[in-house]
Design a protein around this ligand. Structure first.
Ligand code: PEP
Ligand code: MN
Length: 347
């Protein structure tokens, strides 16, 4: 249910609505637009007489029952697009934001070399896994805290924000000490206890789409985070599993406009995990921007053939450099901006 307050409703009137919702043991989520405040009510059961009660509450314009399963992520609750500020980087605004970096943090040299290069090319956020979910337990599973420290030193040097995956509630405090954004991987995107715990950690959360996740299920995963009081959720389409083996996953580009019709949350695309092959990454990245994605997550490695994970889909630094202006051109063509390499100083 949403309670739409009148234009100019006083803070006391809003507080009184919120207090009544809480007294009923329900959750209240405020969304303040330019014109008016909307109070979202979540929880069950909603008493059948609640609509009538709130219709006559001071300052209330109208009460609307939401029949969709997803609520906090939907436009009804929150008619403005979600915009998230991470260390001065605006996510969900006019600019397309590029996250780039290696699949795994392998060493200080590898991570710093990548960070310097992708930052110079216009990427704003550095990615790199320190805790890696691997299909086989015998593969490289990340450097753990040492990896987080390396990411933090790359942030110190380049000024980029950082994103890294957290795999279990037990690691949230440690990962949260370092990262600016928590990444929830495709394999964990329906790990509801992890989603709830990360929702309490007070930092933005990117949720990758699960391998066989329907869009509504994805929004419901985001609801788990948002219901904990964290509005800063980003979605990332990374390909889904289909019968087609020529790509690692099938890039569902239609997820971008469909999600944008359903939800105010920013949506990114990850062409690297979708393609699985370096030669295809550029085409999928361009398609994602053309479809209206708010950002991209791209794997880049200084020497992909030596990478400890996902080398086959990692771009080399020159390939990433060459892709960025093409992404910027497509962004411009669809009414967005993607600032690339800064002009060299004059003189
Ligand atoms: C990753 O980003 O390196 C990763 C493991 O992605 P996904 O969870 O989408 O497979
Ligand atoms: Mn990877």
């Amino acid at each position: 249910m949403i309670i739409v307050m009148k234009r100019g409703a006083s803070p006391e009137q809003i507080d009184s609505v919120v207090a009544r919702i809480k007294a009923l043991g329900l959750g209240a989520h405020l969304s303040s637009g330019e014109e008016r405040v909307i109070v979202g009510v979540v929880g069950t059961p909603l008493p059948p007489t609640l609509d009538d009660e709130f219709e006559s509450h001071d300052g209330v314009e109208r009460v609307v029952r939401i029949t969709k399963k997803y609520k906090l992520t939907g436009w009804d609750f929150h008619p403005q697009k979600t915009i998230i500020d991470v260390r001065g980087v605006t996510i969900g605004g006019d600019e397309v934001v590029v996250i780039a970096g290696p699949c795994s943090v392998e060493s200080e040299e590898q991570t710093l070399a990548t960070a310097r290069a992708v930052s110079a090319a216009g990427a704003k956020i550095l990615r790199g896994g320190a805790y890696k979910p691997r299909t086989s337990p015998y593969e490289f599973r990340g450097l753990g805290e040492r990896g987080l420290q390396i990411l933090a030193s790359a942030r110190d040097e380049t000024g980029m924000a950082i994103i890294t995956e957290v795999m279990t509630p037990a690691d949230i405090d440690l990962v949260g000490k370092y990262t600016d954004i928590f990444q929830i991987g495709a394999r964990n995107s329906q790990n509801y206890l992890l989603l709830e715990e990360v929702g309490k950690a007070g930092k933005p959360v990117m949720i990758k789409r699960g391998l066989s996740m329907m869009l509504e299920e994805w929004l419901l995963a985001a609801e788990y985070v948002m219901a904990q009081g964290n509005p800063d959720v980003i979605l990332c389409e990374r390909g889904i599993r289909t019968f087609e083996p020529s790509t690692r996953n099938t890039f569902d580009v239609s997820a971008v406009p469909v999600i944008q019709g359903m939800s105010h949350l920013p949506i990114f695309v990850d062409p690297s995990h979708a393609a699985g092959k370096r030669a295809l990454v550029g085409a999928l990245a361009l398609a994602g921007v053309a479809a209206g994605a708010d950002g991209l997550m791209i794997e880049v490695h200084p020497n992909p053939d030596q990478a400890l994970s996902d080398g086959a889909q990692s771009l080399t630094i020159p390939q990433f450099d060459a892709l960025m202006p093409r992404l910027a051109a497509v962004a411009n063509a669809v009414g967005r901006a993607l600032p690339v390499r800064e002009a060299a100083p004059v003189g």
